[in-house]
Every structure is written in C-alpha cells, then in structure tokens.
Ligand binder design. Sequence first.
Ligand code: NAD
Length: 339
Amino acid sequence: MARILLTGGLGYIGSHTAFALLEAGYDVTIIDNCSNSTERVLERFEKQFGAARRPDFFKGDVRDRDFFVRVFSHASIDGVIHFVALKSVDESFAQRDEYFDVNVEGTRALCEVMAAHGVRRIVYSSSACVYGAPEKNPIPETATLQPTNPYGETKVACEKMLQEISSRDKDFSAVILRYFNPAGAHASGLIGEAPKHPANIAAVIMEYLRGMRDVIKINGADYETPDGTCVRDFIHVVDLAAAHIAALEFGAVHRGAHIYNVGTGRGFSVQEMITAFAAAANREIKTEVGPRRAGDVATAVADPTKINTDFGWHAERSLTEIAQSAVNWITQNPHGFED
Ligand SMILES: NC(=O)c1ccc[n+]([C@@H]2O[C@H](COP(=O)([O-])OP(=O)(O)OC[C@H]3O[C@@H](n4cnc5c(N)ncnc54)[C@H](O)[C@@H]3O)[C@@H](O)[C@H]2O)c1
C-alpha cells in the first residue's frame, strides 16, 4: 500500500487526514515541529489503529533540507500532503517575514527534496484567503486572487510555485485545495482541534466552553450580512479529510496543477456558529462585539461545483454535526491532548 508523507500531520487538519488515510489502508509518515501541536497525538493514532499502524514520526522543521533528506531516505514515499503553515491572519501582519519563511521557503525546501527523491505527487493546503474580498459569492476557482493579508499572500505564492514546477516537470502532479472554514472533530472523540495559538472562531468557542475565556469577542457586527457578523462556509473537518483522499487518487492519474475549492457551498454567520455550539453544549455563550479585524471580509462561501464534479466528493455533514462533534471532543478531552 502507498505511503503518504504528511507535513504538519500532528496538527488539526493533518491529524484528521491521517485518520482518514489509515482508515483507507494507506501507510503514513508524519513530520512536524510541534510548534502548534503535540506528539501526544501519536498515542491517539495508536489507540484507534493499533501500534503496528502508528505513523512513522520525525520531529523537525519544514525549512530544514537535511532533515527532509533523512525523512525521504528512511522509507519510500509515494505522495505528500503539505499542511505545514503558520495560519493566523492577525499574526501574519506583525510577523510577515516569518510567515513567508515558514510557508513559502518551507514549501520550496520540501519541493526540492521531493524532486531529488523522485517524488512527484503533492496535495497542498491552500485557503479561501487567496480570494480576499471576492467580487461575488459563491466564489468559483476562477475568481481573482487578491489576498488582504500576508498569510493569504503566502498561499498565493505557494500555489504559483507549484504551478511553475508542474509546467517545468510534466510528470509532476499538484492538487491545490483551497479550504474554506474547517471545524468539528472526529466522531471517536480521540482527535480534535487543540491549537497552542487559536486562530479561528471554532477554536475560540471551544476555549470558552473549556473555561479559558469569560466571553467571546465577535470581530465586527456591522458587516453587510443578515445578522451583521461575517458569513463563512464552515466545513466539517472529517469531510475535508475525505477530500484529501479523493485529491490523492485524482493526482495519481492526472499530471499538472489542479485547483479546487473545498467547501459546502452554504454560508453561516459567526453568530449562527456560536448559536450552534451553544445548542450542542446546552449552555449559554456570552459574546461581546468588538471592532472589525484587519483583513476580514464580510462573506466568503465556496462554489464547490468543480470538486463535486471531478472528484465525486461532496461535503456531507451539517453545522449541527460540526458543533456536536466539537463539543464531544472537548467533553471527552477537557485539557486537549494533555489528559
Ligand atoms: N484551520 C483552518 O481554518 C484553515 C483554513 C484554510 C487553510 N488552512 C491551511 O491548512 C493547513 C493546516 O492547518 P491546520 O488548521 O491543521 O493548522 P495546525 O497549526 O493545526 O497544523 C499545522 C502543523 O504544522 C506544524 N508546523 C508549524 N510550523 C512548522 C515548521 N516550521 N516545521 C514543521 N512543522 C511546523 C504545527 O506544529 C502544526 O502541527 C495550513 O497550511 C493552513 O494554512 C487551515
């Protein structure tokens, strides 16, 4: 069976994708520097799949070429899913150079070592951030790329890099997935989002429910949306993980660079998200409206027609299931992976 290398495989989306890959019979190798995750995630893999199927793990930095060479020399790798990135929109303004270094130079280092080892299949984690303030919603992949923050700029730079490599090397395959807003957790309750640096509304709500915040600050309630809060396309992380398997299979038979939105095609507001979590937790959630956050846009909803058609993949899970699975995760693991 094929072995897939996951960079950032201990992180939120990476760990859920590793679960999906192991469920589908793939072997998994993970690299991660644990800057936003913990090695204890590996125990959860073992609990679910047994010691024999525990992923190989290498701790190191995605910018370190010598480290990558050691990883690629250890076992034959058939394909790569590249999750590693710094991902906070806010932080990316203050730490622009670091964001370009990790996100763009890290991707360059990975691609160079892949080429040196004859590995020519990659699935790349891009983001709806590349669209910035979209001209229309739902957003097709053909929309203009105009990111409103340095984080989004790094994603555009990486997409271009992969497109350039694909046009130079006709055997190279890059499937670029533009995620909308992942949330929720695996139904087992064994893995879920437990970031050291929460960067999205679901992670913030979970911190509130775990007693780490007294109130949830809503970043602006004066947007041109039905309730004034931002509207996003929240996609269940288990659906997103399944999209990676479909992308790997597509990349195995299609060369070149291919770009796909990964979303549901339905928008829900930040306020609706909070309400869904309050219902799932059967608790009131206190909110307070703050100013708008730099780089945010009013509405961003995917047009998922292309991925629905080409991969036969559809998002199956609802906002209610997102909230219920996330609440199940934090109820079973009040201290995240540190229990
Ligand atoms: N979660 C979202 O809302 C979202 C939305 C759109 C796109 N994305 C993209 O999806 C990918 C995965 O996101 P996630 O939510 O799982 O993030 P995450 O932070 O949970 O996972 C990223 C992992 O990369 C590791 N890492 C960070 N810097 C590293 C480095 N220099 N070397 C090695 N490892 C390093 C972290 O420790 C972490 O485990 C990222 O590329 C992100 O930009 C995420």
